[in-house]
Design a protein around this ligand. Structure first.
Ligand SMILES: [Zn+2]
Length: 719
């Protein structure tokens, strides 16, 4: 981390010509300059903002690293400006990005945690401001933490957060994040669709975030340092984007900004990742800016905070802040254009993770240039100039500095109000989001339902924190890798450590459930529901447990209670419908399916199931309407077309049935049943030879497919 506060010489202040002119001559020179100096360059027309998640400043050549190859970022620093001391407000992806994109502190924008409701509608964003100025806007994000649910999509014409989130609880980690080449390619493709308007592109790369698995050649090149490999790979991606700007002739008109939302512990202070402590290993980030008017090679020495980014780029784009909007950061545009360094301002950071997820104390820090104070049950003071690694606590030996920073920090916190008042209400987070975050291991051990607050110092709880996170990660991995016994042992270990949260109860229940132990699973689902009643899947699984134990009335009663707690959740109604169908109560099942339909307008499978219920109830018109809706919503699954063909055929709509079966055969040519069904309908259309060929094909696909064999025999053919 050294370098950021070291005596790095910056020559641009002294180099600025106006500063060397004797004062008395200045007015004359200024007059003369009016006549002979070219007009200042026009402001940047476009803004391209790249946030590389989890990027430590000290991994870049431009920040003194000699062991990681970052040629593109280093070139950016040469052609533009670098902030030597850029610092984030919170070392967590969502709240930090919200500060970057609003110019507000976490207490002001309200996002304190990755698990939080969407950003409030009344908080203006950078994208909204630029869109209102006529910019075409596009955002491309790579983590589910920044998906539309975050509220950060507001103001973007195009917002790409497509993650494959299908497939139930054990979806792989990779499914909720994506490798950076995909969003980079999307961003380039968007830029290539040239518009006349000004453009704002936000590209978020998640690659340096764990797991550290860089692609080749970086995997081999950095075999023992995979984090550094991810950094080098991300540098390549920035290079691709920048090359596209050059190729399209946009580079000279574009303000390109690269920064990060936080660093990474990598073992410093015992922290492997980020989001727990507020040491510089996770607060210091790079900040590079290149564009019209920015002095090439400039090294900004003043502390630049995340909240300064939005006002600075608006200024560089000559877009005024709206008078109604407030940003807490300050613009550094004048300095970037060659003006004097601004007066120093303190930077504030917080970590509420220990409080919100574990019931321990939160951490707050204030750094005024050289000295940094961390408010905790055992407070800390560091002299970053002498001790950039924050290894020597000066709280007792430097009482004056400590008192000054402590006073400033407590005044700030008094103005902010209680943190617990603005603590994220997990109940307001969409359940599917909770589950995705859980799959990432983000919720850790807490989230909703935390009841015991001990106020312990996070420094004293580091071993607990690590052990809990290891158990949580291992538990989720075992669950995903179909080792529910191993998973159950981990989650029981968490309970034994006193971590009793929704996630622990829910995943322990899932582990029992997957072992077909409904008697043990049911009370754990009950406990999970008691902590978070808005998670529909817990109700559904609990009902399945009761049904498996033979208590169907309790299962139905559970689903009714779940519906009362989650009136907009179609999956509980669907589960009720399925149970009623299995109980041979088709009319009630149909009623439940019908109630679920309007809640799930895009659910094709639900329509297929209800359509098949109507088919069996001899109401073919309703069945056909629903199955047609299903294939309109999702035409890909062959079995949907097959179901449609069967109902049409039974209803004597033979030509339509042929078309539907043909779709099924085209979409899945390997399924004997579909070929056979198409053969049957062709036989009814008296196209015997075509039918015979299809029966033969069905047998080729599946030699044991008896219906085709007997049909051929009936038709006098030897199969
Ligand atoms: Zn992050």
């Amino acid at each position: 981390m050294s370098g950021a506060w070291g005596p790095i010489e910056s020559d641009n202040v002294a180099a600025h010509p106006m500063l060397r002119v004797p004062r008395i001559l200045a007015p004359f020179l200024a007059l003369a300059l009016l006549h002979c100096r070219a007009a200042p360059p026009p402001p940047a027309r476009h803004l391209v903002l790249v946030t590389i998640d989890t990027l430590r400043a000290d991994r870049l050549g431009a920040y003194g690293s000699s062991s990681v190859e970052t040629p593109n970022l280093d070139a950016l620093a040469r052609d533009g400006a670098r902030a030597l001391d850029a610092s984030v407000q919170v070392p967590l992806t969502r709240p930090s990005h919200v500060s970057l994109l609003t110019g507000l502190y976490p207490a002001e924008h309200g996002i304190r945690d990755n698990v939080s409701p969407a950003l409030r509608e009344d908080v203006p964003t950078l994208a909204e401001r630029l869109k209102s100025e006529g910019f075409a806007t596009a955002g491309f994000v790579s983590s589910v933490v920044l998906s539309k649910q975050s509220g950060l999509a507001r103001g973007f014409d195009t917002f790409s957060d497509q993650f494959d989130v299908g497939g139930g609880d054990e979806r792989p980690l990779d499914a909720v994040q994506r490798r950076g080449d995909l969003p980079t390619a999307e961003a380039i493709a968007w830029i290539e669709t040239r518009r006349d308007s000004r453009e704002f592109v936000w590209l978020h790369l998640y690659d340096p975030h764990d797991p550290f698995e860089p692609p080749e050649p970086y995997a081999s090149r950095y075999a023992d340092r995979p984090y550094d490999g991810e950094v080098s790979w991300s540098d390549e991606l920035v290079g691709r984007l920048d090359a596209a700007l050059a190729r399209l002739g946009m580079r000279d008109q574009t303000l390109l900004v690269v920064t990060s939302d936080h660093g990474e512990g990598l073992g410093e202070h015992g922290e492997e990742f980020h989001g727990y402590f507020v040491y510089e290993s996770t607060l210091a980030v790079p900040l590079l800016l290149r564009g019209p008017g920015i002095v090439p090679g400039l090294q900004l020495r003043a502390t630049v905070r995340s909240v300064d980014l939005a006002p600075t780029v608006l200024d560089l784009l000559s877009v005024p802040l709206k008078t109604t909007a407030h940003m807490s950061g300050r613009s550094l545009a004048a300095t970037l254009r060659g003006g004097p360094e601004p007066p120093s301002e303190a930077t504030y950071a917080e970590s509420l993770t220990p409080l919100l997820h574990y019931g321990w104390s939160d951490l707050r820090s204030l750094r005024d240039g050289r000295f940094k104070y961390i408010l905790a049950p055992r407070p800390e003071l560091f002299d970053l100039r002498e001790d950039p690694g924050e290894t020597r606590n000066l709280i007792d030996s430097s009482p004056v500095q400590a008192a000054a920073l402590h006073g400033a920090l407590t005044r700030r916190l008094a103005a902010e109000g209680s943190a617990s008042e603005s603590a994220p209400a997990a109940a307001a987070v969409p359940p599917e989001m909770l589950e995705q975050l859980g799959a990432l291991g983000y919720i850790g051990a807490g989230g909703a339902g935390l009841t015991v607050k001990t106020g312990a110092d996070p420094k004293d709880k580091l071993e607990d924190y690590r052990a809990i996170n290891i158990l949580m990660r291992e538990g989720l991995t075992r669950l995903r890798e179909k080792d529910p016994g191993g998973a159950a042992a981990r989650f029981q270990g968490l309970l034994a450590r006193g971590v009793d949260s929704f996630e622990v109860r829910y995943y322990l229940a899932r582990a029992f459930f997957d072992q077909r132990r409904p008697r043990e699973a049911a009370p754990q689902f009950e406990a999970a529901i008691a902590r978070l009643p808005v998670f529909g899947k817990a109700w559904v699984n609990l009902a399945i447990c009761y049904a498996a134990l033979g208590d169907t009335s309790r299962a139905l009663e559970t689903l009714k209670k779940g519906q009362a707690a989650n009136p907009k959740d179609p999956q509980i109604l669907e589960a009720e419908a399925t149970l009623l169908r299995d109980l041979k109560r088709p009319r009630q099942a149909i009623a439940a399916y019908e109630a679920a339909l309007p809640l799930a307008p895009k659910n094709a499978l639900l329509r297929v199931k209800l359509g098949e219920m109507y088919r069996d109830a001899r109401e073919p018109e309703k069945a056909i309407r629903l199955l047609r809706e299903a294939v309109d919503i999702n035409p890909k699954p062959a079995q949907f077309w097959n179901s449609l063909g069967m109902v049409l055929g039974a209803n004597d709509q033979v030509a339509d049935a042929e078309a539907a079966f043909r779709e099924a055969v085209t979409r899945d040519p390997r399924k004997a049943q579909y070929a056979y069904n198409l053969g049957l309908v062709l036989l009814r259309l008296e196209r015997r030879n075509e039918a015979l060929a299809l029966f033969g094909r069905a047998l080729e696909l599946d030699s044991g497919f008896a219906p085709a064999r007997s049909r051929l025999a009936e038709l006098g053919q030897r199969p």
